[in-house]
Design a protein around this ligand. Structure first.
Ligand code: IPE
Ligand code: IPE
Ligand code: MG
Length: 237
């Protein structure tokens, strides 16, 4: 089975560079280049939605030099991906808090979001200045406002309605991959990962190629997803 929604926690760029006596920024550049073929491969496999965790709300703790380098790299990357993926009718979206991103990057994000909004062949969702706690808090605030305005009745709140208040209303994650050896989510899509399968690899992101991705898919296909039931396949929820 091909998962519908795959999330990748892109990790290990810094260590990849340090191991080669290079600057951390060279690791980020190598990671960004690696994404080109990898994303292509993932959509070619028939995966419809790919969420890439590339900058967390917590990553602002890093030096100004690293944060500025990453933001410049993202600006170039988003424009490049817009050219590459709009030809293939892939919609590009962004999940994350707008503040304190610079206006320059927000303009690129808004432009690409608008220009690709009708594309139907798949979704590439960049999680930038993303944190799951913030996403859930932001959703709760909007829900309170809409309840007070009479737009919704909070008594009718269920998981489907709640999802509509997240940064993007996407189906739950089927598979979460984390490169770089850490066994944690680091605040990635806590709501959407409720029933995801997890795949952790020591491979550092710049080395996580198409073959490595296929290993993750093989592992996913060996899992029995029960969703709390006894035999999910037979019950046909
Ligand atoms: C890249 O990996 C992901 C980002 C947060 C931009 P890291 O920069 O966290 O690389 P390591 O974990 O230090 O090796
Ligand atoms: C997680 O990586 C965030 C992203 C990949 C964007 P980090 O390198 O920031 O995570 P920690 O600090 O090891 O938890
Ligand atoms: Mg890291």
């Amino acid at each position: 089975m091909i998962p519908t929604h795959v999330g990748i926690i892109v990790d290990g760029n810094g260590r990849w560079a340090t191991k080669r006596f290079k600057n951390r920024s060279e690791g980020h550049l190598a990671g960004s280049k690696n994404l080109d073929n990898l994303c292509q491969h993932i959509f070619d496999k028939g995966i419809k939605i790919l969420s890439l965790y590339i900058f967390s709300t917590e990553n602002f703790k890093r030096s100004d030099e690293e944060v500025n380098y990453l933001m410049d790299l993202f600006a170039r990357k988003f424009k490049h991906d817009f050219k590459m993926f709009s030809k293939k009718e892939i919609r590009i979206m962004f999940s994350g808090r707008r503040e304190p991103l610079k206006q320059e990057i927000l303009d690129i994000i808004d432009d690409i979001t608008l220009k690709t909004k009708d594309n139907q062949n798949g979704i590439l969702n960049f999680c930038v200045n993303y944190g799951a706690h913030m996403e859930i808090i932001d959703a709760c605030k909007k829900i309170v406002i809409d309840n007070n305005n009479g737009k919704i009745n909070v008594n009718n709140l269920d998981d489907k309605l709640f999802s509509k208040y997240l940064y993007n209303d996407l189906p739950d994650l089927d598979l979460v991959i984390r490169t770089g050896g850490e066994l944690r989510l680091s605040n990635f899509m806590l709501w959407q990962a409720a029933y995801a399968e997890f795949y952790f690899t020591d491979t550092l992101f710049p080395d996580f190629n198409e073959k490595e991705f296929d290993l993750a898919l093989d592992s996913y296909n060996k899992r029995e997803r029960r969703f709390g039931g006894i035999d999910y396949e037979k019950k046909n929820f």
